[in-house]
Design a protein around this ligand. Structure first.
Ligand SMILES: Cc1ncc(C[n+]2csc(CCOP(=O)(O)OP(=O)(O)O)c2C)c(N)n1
Ligand code: SF4
Ligand SMILES: [Mg+2]
Length: 280
């Protein structure tokens, strides 16, 4: 049987009861993250959890790592500051689809481009959960929400294609149904030097289901199970066959130069040049 290690990492006195609805996918993602960190043998003091605002962004509050629950859309600037100040830390960001790609969209693409050694999990429930079900940048075209009462007109972002195109070293996607795959992707993302993006596709059985009639958490998880196809399988399917599918797996695994390493080299270069000028 799987060992349940999550209790060793929670803050039951300080931050419980939690705010997540029954059947929400956020707890699954947090559990996968904690198990990934545990399996890497990292101590609590080596890890910092950072987030913005949203249901998913509550995750850092519930665990006993150093944590920063910041401002909506601004988790990545905070995380970048932490990492640059102490590159030895393992910095992990939890970000909702709205947090990462709407208000925080510019920070997201530039963090990918910068390729700093941070791991971000984009918890994609296709909606703004916390604020009542507004359409997010990943809401499917035609889906309903508080701001899309006649169906969403916009096309959704493909989080993984966006991150890979913007230059992140590691990019992967798993659904909340694929718990072990999600844990593995998070572990690989943390181990990878450079910016890592893991998209975790999750159910929001309260707000998304309210507007789209997708049932309870368990119904939504089953649907995620049925819609998931691997990247290998996807390569054999036509665009029509891929229409309602969620392609899961690794989308980028690169070795572009990591930002902190580049920054340290730059500082050294500047110091050398200053010394040379002084000796003239
Ligand atoms: C600057 C700012 N703008 C707007 C808000 C309101 N707000 C809080 S969470 C949120 C959206 C949350 O959606 P998402 O990031 O997808 O997270 P979820 O709740 O779905 O996990 C918004 C618009 C805010 N807190 N701060
Ligand atoms: S509103 Fe949706 S995303 Fe927020 S806690 Fe409830 S189920 Fe989860
Ligand atoms: Mg969301």
């Amino acid at each position: 049987m799987m060992e349940n290690i999550i209790h060793d990492y929670l803050r039951p006195k300080k931050s419980f009861p939690h705010v997540w609805c029954p059947g929400c996918g956020d707890g699954i993602v947090l559990n996968a993250m904690v198990r990934a960190i545990h399996s890497l043998g990292k101590s609590k003091d080596e890890v910092v959890f950072v987030s913005g605002i949203g249901c998913s962004s509550r995750a850092p509050a519930y665990t006993d790592f150093s944590s920063l629950h910041g401002i909506h859309g601004r988790a990545l600037p905070f995380a970048t500051g932490i990492k640059l100040a102490n590159p030895k830390l393992t910095v992990v960001v939890f970000s909702g689809d709205g947090d990462a790609l709407a208000i925080g969209g510019n920070h997201f693409i530039h963090a990918c481009r910068r390729n700093i050694d941070i791991t971000v999990v984009v918890i994609n429930n296709n909606i703004y959960g916390m604020t009542g079900g507004q359409a997010s940048p990943t809401m499917p075209t035609g889906a309903y929400g508080a701001t899309a009462p006649y169906g969403n007109l916009d096309r959704p972002f493909d989080v993984c294609k966006l991150a890979a195109a913007a230059g992140a070293n590691y990019v992967a996607r798993a659904t909340a149904f694929q718990f072990f795959q999600l844990e593995k992707c998070i572990k690989e993302g943390i181990e990878k030097k450079g910016f890592s993006v893991i998209e975790a596709v999750t159910p929001c059985p309260s707000l998304y289901s309210f507007f789209n009639n997708t049932g309870r958490g368990v119904d939504m998880l089953k649907k995620l199970r049925d819609r998931a196809v691997t990247t290998q399988k996807a390569a054999t399917l036509s665009p029509a066959e891929l229409e309602d599918k969620i392609v899961t797996g690794v989308f980028a695994n690169e070795n572009f130069r990591e930002y902190c390493a580049g920054y340290a080299e730059l500082v050294e270069k500047a110091e050398r040049s200053k010394k040379n000028e002084e000796s003239l």
